[in-house]
Design a binder for this molecule. Structure first.
Ligand code: NAD
Length: 545
């Protein structure tokens, strides 16, 4: 028991380590990569703190060397999901009453462990299992995860301090209860930190969780669970149920105890879940909160005045479009360039793209690894084939894919004569960027085209020196992106600095890593306490006529 208005530490963004040759962090990471590459681990479910082996297994393979199996994963079916829901509901009795200081301490401890001993473990598992380079793993699995943990604790404290006014003889206060029921967290393959944030943000607010990671990211998700256990998270607070999305999702969404869904992934899957929740609405004991961050078709838009900063524009397209093989929800996947800029940008971009090395992420000279799996490889290959057919499309750079050893796709740039070509409108989620060249005189019309071309509204960037052009883009594209960048690439949002999320088909825009997100995991109760309750029922107006 603690008496005192305890304050949580003020968070600062975790520093990104460089992994330069001969650095200590590089040696530790290389060791972890060697160790994990030489073992094959078994990943069980975690229900109520107990390991559960179902015997129905799948494999995690390295995307860049698909013959190499890293882990055997036990998969949950409906009966284990029901057990996980029971375990969550049971653990909730105590967890929902655990004081904030104690809940916060567990997640702060997890951040500390991740900043030190777990850093190479989580980075290596992300590199091998999801084919991220050392830098991409560091900014995701280490830094963003640590930031989510530390900043969310500070946001929770701020939320709890938001209290109503009181009038004389009355004391009003707010009890930020967790939601009724349990929260279902379902994560995508592309960010280890999202896999950590989706279950931990609701858990921090006193909820208990059934957590399903993406099948292709189970290795890093397994180590996230190990980290949380070591940090002292009690059994049953987060129950880990890898498995087929439809099997796990179907069973969890059918439960009357469903209190909320914390999802990140594709638009189609989230819309399917929303539909199921709608169909089941009369079964639930409460209205489930639905929080989903989904797809994107993120843009870089250049104004003629960007000609003076050509190198910055080219680098933003390369980094924004091809880092992590274009598999960031925020990745630049369509570019709008005026004719006057294109003449100079084209040779420079082609040159830069030609330089990019693609290969095994354990070789630190590579800028890119492989796309996540065969389905993704086939999908992007079909768009490359479409571009090769010509017509409205012309390949400017790249266009090669090689599946022999890993799911490798060269960074590809395709110029489209039609701004509504499928490559300019559909999420491809791979290193394929579409580009449309517009007449300099049609800046406003092309901004409007950009706003309307895709159903998504996640991230976007404008490049210009002309302030009026920037203001016009910010106005015309106001609803085209939840995260808007001026003279910067549209990727790389940092917790605490650029809270992340988009609207339209990109999600509910509840801004991961912010107070706005935590608000969704509480169900406030207002308590009015009367310090001097009335002792007579009459009112003065009832006096004599
Ligand atoms: P996905 O939709 O294929 O899978 C996401 C998760 O949903 C996985 O765990 C999957 O197993 C599960 N799932 C699949 N079918 C399900 C069902 N019927 N019921 C319940 N769960 C089900 O997405 P992905 O390929 O893992 O990730 C890429 C997608 O995620 C892209 O569309 C990307 O834009 C999006 N994304 C968005 C953000 C954001 O913040 N907006 C961030 C990261 C990724």
């Amino acid at each position: 028991m603690i008496h005192g208005n305890v304050r949580v530490p003020t968070p600062k963004n975790e520093l990104v380590l460089a992994y330069a040759p001969a650095s200590r962090e590089r040696d530790e990471l290389k060791d972890a990569l060697r160790r994990m590459s030489s073992e094959r681990i078994e990943v069980p479910l975690q229900i109520g703190g107990k390991a559960v082996r179902t015997g129905r297994t799948s494999e995690v393979r390295m995307p860049h060397r698909h013959s190499h199996v890293l882990a055997t994963v036990h998969e949950a079916e409906a009966s284990q999901v029901e057990q996980a829901i029971d375990a969550a509901m049971q653990a909730k009795q105590e967890w929902s009453r655990t004081p904030f200081v104690e809940r916060a301490a567990i997640f702060l401890r997890a951040a500390e462990l991740l900043a030190t001993r777990y850093r190479p473990i989580l980075n290596a598992s992300t590199m091998l299992g999801q084919s991220k380079t050392a830098h991409q793993a560091e900014i995701d699995a280490a830094c963003e995860s640590i930031d989510f943990l530390r900043f969310n604790v500070a946001y929770a404290e701020r939320l709890y301090s938001e209290q109503p006014d009181s009038s004389p003889q009355i004391w009003n206060y707010m009890d930020y209860r967790p939601l009724d029921g349990f929260v279902l967290a379902v994560s995508p393959f592309n960010f280890t930190s999202i896999g950590l944030n989706l279950p931990t943000a609701p858990a921090l607010m006193g909820n208990t969780v059934v957590y399903k990671p993406a099948s292709t990211a189970v290795l890093s998700a397994y180590f996230v669970m190990e980290l949380l256990r070591e940090a002292g998270l009690p059994p049953g607070v987060i129950n880990f149920v890898p498995g087929k999305g439809s099997a796990v999702g179907g069973a969890a969404l059918a439960s009357p105890e469903l209190g909320g869904v914390h999802f990140t992934g594709s638009t189609a899957v989230f819309q399917g879940m929303w539909k199921t929740v709608g169909e089941n609405i009369t079964r639930y004991r409460q209205y489930p909160r639905l929080v989903g961050e989904t797809g994107g078709k993120d843009f870089v838009f250049a104004h003629p005045s960007a000609a003076e900063d050509l190198e910055a524009l080219a680098v933003a397209i390369v980094r924004g479009g091809y880092e992590y093989q274009g598999q960031k929800c925020s990745a630049c996947s369509r570019v709008y360039v005026p004719e006057s800029v294109w003449a100079k940008l084209k040779p420079r971009l082609s040159e830069l793209i030609g330089e990019l090395q693609v290969g095994d992420v354990a070789d630190f000279r590579n800028f890119m690894g492989a796309v996540i799996d065969e389905a993704s490889f086939r999908n992007v290959s079909s768009y490359i084939e479409l571009a090769k057919k010509g017509g409205d499309a012309a390949i400017v750079a790249g266009g090669e894919a090689d599946r022999r050893e890993g799911w490798f796709v060269r960074p590809t740039l395709v110029q489209l004569a039609n701004p509504r070509h499928r490559i300019m409108c559909e999420e491809i989620f791979a290193p394929l960027v579409g580009l449309y060249v517009y007449p300099d005189s049609r800046y406003l019309e092309t901004l409007r085209e950009c706003d309307q071309a895709a159903p998504y509204a996640l991230t976007g960037a404008v490049f210009a020196r002309d302030r009026k052009a920037i203001a016009l883009a910010a106005q015309e594209l106001r609803h085209a992106a939840g995260n808007f960048y001026v003279n910067d690439k549209p990727t790389g949002a940092v917790v605490g600095q650029q809270p992340f999320g988009g609207s339209r088909a990109s999600g509910t825009n509840d801004k991961a890593g912010s107070l706005l997100n935590l608000v969704r995991w509480v169900s406030p109760r207002v308590i009015k306490e009367n310090l001097a309750p009335p002792t007579a029922y009459g009112y003065p107006f009832m006096g004599a006529e």
